[in-house]
Design a protein around this ligand. Sequence first.
Ligand SMILES: [Zn+2]
Length: 71
Amino acid sequence: MKYRESWELPSIPNEVFWPEVGRRRNEIASGGRPKTLRDCEYCGQQYSAREMRKHKPLCPKGPNKKTKKGK
Ligand SMILES: [Zn+2]
């Protein structure tokens, strides 16, 4: 099925929508779908995309570490 941009949540019939909601809740309850893990380019640790966004500024080997002293 092709993705249509006009496809909106309210247009989904309940008999399709709610089983899908249940399915996704089960997925989440059972640990969620397999995450795509990526290696941090700085420290080599694996993180999911979302975790990576949080991790990068905090990465101990990253370039974002503030090296300036003082202030
Ligand atoms: Zn890192």
